[in-house]
Design a protein around this ligand. Structure first.
Ligand code: ADP
Length: 573
């Protein structure tokens, strides 16, 4: 039954019962009132008249007496007030006796007869009063019974409403509120269970439909997310580079198969574990999570790891993952992804190239040296005279073979550096002697351009800890470049000074200078400033850097485009 109907019925019925109760009570009071009125009117008055008639009778002495009138008056009223069976006959008898008494007022026998008649009338009325009061009593009892019945019914209905209605209304609301809270907490499987055919039944049906749709929506989203997660996991697993994902507290979230292979652990021993805890027992994990502490030069070094049955090389890249949560402006760090790029193939190719260069340059050195020797023999007059053209040709071949020798020398040096085969012979060396040696070596080249080489140095400088051959090679390279990039008849200053327990070697030219854009790049391998002489290899400064840094020195350049350059390096005393 619907709540509205229930309420209407309950309250309506109660209202009706109250009306019935009022009517029954009113009617009963009316009946009792009628009964008592009837007694008063019909019997009490007769008794009153009778009493007055007896009083008047006692005082009647003769037929002219005034009391006769009084008696007659009450007798007349009694005649009008005959109500009980037998009363009419008794009154008629009284009238008859009274009419005789009117003629003979002192007749005592008649008076006695009249008294008897009056008593008969009084008795009749007293009996009637008794009977009527019994009837009134019965009416009152009936009224009581009815009022009790209707009152009890009212009580039962009210009690029923009181006990059932609040629960009927409040219980489903309570259950619904609880279910709404569950749904708000994302428990979409929650349902309400009141299935009555009333308004709450409709509400429950609508609520359950809504919850089911939310559940379906949620499941479809979850499925999508799960699918996407699987896809990403498969993608990461199929990548050939080892990948490790960490959350912002350093707990490992995912590791692909390649990464598991190189760290030599099982997925279940790694996922969900703290990387720093694992690092205590796993060297590789320790070096992987090593972050800022590493210096620049360490970071650039590829990691050498035994993987795929051989020594492999990996470039480590740590990507910091940040997100901006919905509704917020500030980015937050949610973790890191460590990617190891397998560069073994490139390293192998690099090794092959270095070996090839080393072999070729080494093999070329001997024939070039013999060409140079043959050229010297050719220039010797003992082997015959040459005309001017031939002499020029020989000079040109000599220059080319000199350049070839320089190039093969640089390539050989580079290959030695790359393979780590560089042999340093560091000893206390006189810086002035090194400068002198280098200046002598480039004298011919400088003379060709009529360039003046000036050494600006104190001959009593402290000795420097250096490999004089390698340091000399660097100075020769500096000077050779300075001569190449300076104009004819210019001056190049080779300066030596002592600064903070360091000897600084400077080669100062007034040549074309270096654009600020390329200043940091000139020390890179194979780099040549666009538009510069193509005869070089772009290796000289790179080798110089390696040589100086191998001796714990510092190397650098200051330059102004169009005004000249100062190439320098410093070594400890
Ligand atoms: P290269 O064999 O080409 O000289 P280097 O490594 O010695 O190779 O020099 C790299 C580049 O630096 C050169 O190509 C040149 O452009 C520039 N460079 C070197 N020294 C000087 C200098 N003194 N003045 C101007 N440019 C220079």
């Amino acid at each position: 039954m619907r709540i509205k109907t229930k309420l209407n019925l309950g309250v309506g019925l109660l209202f009706l019962m109250i009306i019935i109760l009022s009517l029954v009570s009113g009617y009963s009071v009316f009946l009792i009132k009628a009964d008592t009125e009837n007694i008063l009117k019909a019997n009490y008055n007769t008794l009153e008249y009778s009493r007055n008639m007896i009083l008047s009778l006692d005082e009647i002495k003769m037929s002219t007496d005034e009391k006769i009138h009084t008696f007659k008056e009450y007798l007349g009223k009694q005649t009008q007030n005959v109500t009980e069976p037998g009363e009419k006959e008794a009154t008629a008898s009284l009238e008859k006796s009274f009419s005789l008494l009117e003629k003979n007022g002192s007749n005592e026998t008649l008076k006695t007869q009249i008294r008897q008649d009056i008593f008969a009338i009084m008795k009749l009325n007293l009996d009637a009063i008794k009977q009527k009061s019994d009837i009134a009593k019965h009416t009152a009892e009936t009224a009581n019974l009815w009022i009790a019945i209707v009152g009890t019914l009212c009580f039962l209905i009210a009690f029923n409403l009181l006990v059932n209605l609040p629960n009927n209304i409040a219980n489903p609301i309570k259950e619904l509120t609880q279910s709404i809270k569950e749904i708000a907490n994302k428990n979409y499987s929650e349902r309400v269970h009141f299935t009555n055919h009333n308004e709450y039944g409709d509400l429950a049906k609508s609520f359950n439909t809504m919850a089911q749709k939310l559940q379906e929506y949620n499941n479809s989203n979850l499925y999508k997310l799960f699918f996407e997660k699987k896809r990403l996991e498969t993608l990461i697993n199929n990548m050939h580079d080892p990948i490790i994902g960490l959350d912002n507290e350093g707990v490992i979230l995912f590791v692909n198969d390649e990464a598991l292979k190189i760290i030599g652990m099982k997925s279940e021993d790694v996922i969900g574990k703290s990387a720093s805890t694992l690092a205590l027992s796993n060297d590789l994990i320790r070096s992987l999570i090593l972050k800022e502490e590493a210096t620049d030069s360490q970071k650039k070094q590829p990691m050498k790891i035994f993987a795929h049955g051989k020594e492999s090389y990996f470039d480590k890249e740590t990507i910091n993952i940040t997100i901006t949560p919905t509704g917020e402006e500030r980015e937050i760090n949610i973790g890191d992804v460590i990617i190891l790029r397998n560069i073994t193939l490139f390293k192998e190719l690099d090794f092959a190239k270095t070996n090839f260069i080393a072999t070729v340059s080494h093999e070329l050195k001997t024939p070039i040296a013999s060409i140079k020797l043959s050229l010297q023999l050719l220039q010797n007059t003992k082997t015959g005279d040459m005309n001017d053209d031939q002499k020029q040709l020989v000079e040109s071949i000599k220059d080319d073979s000199q350049r070839l020798l320089k190039i093969t020398g640089e390539l050989l040096n580079l290959s030695q550096l790359e393979t780590g085969n560089i042999q340093l012979n560091i000893e206390k060396s006189n810086p002035y002697a090194i400068v002198n040696y280098a200046t002598e070596a480039v004298k011919v080249q400088a003379d060709q351009k009529q360039i003046k080489l000036i050494i600006d140095a104190d001959e009593n400088l402290q000795n420097v800890k250096a490999d004089s051959e390698k340091t000399g090679w660097v100075l020769i390279n500096y000077l050779s470049n300075a001569i190449t990039y300076s104009s004819e008849k210019s001056t190049i200053v080779i300066k030596l000074k002592e600064e903070n327990d360091q000897i600084v070697f400077q080669v100062i030219d007034t040549g074309k200078g270096i654009d600020a854009r390329y200043k940091d790049k000139v020390f890179d391998k194979y780099f040549q400033i666009p538009g510069s002489q193509k005869s070089g290899t772009g290796l000289g400064l790179a080798i110089s850097k390696e040589f100086i840094e191998a001796q714990n020195g510092v190397i650098g350049v200051e330059s102004n485009l169009g005004l000249g350059s100062t190439f320098w390096f410093s070594l400890k005393v």
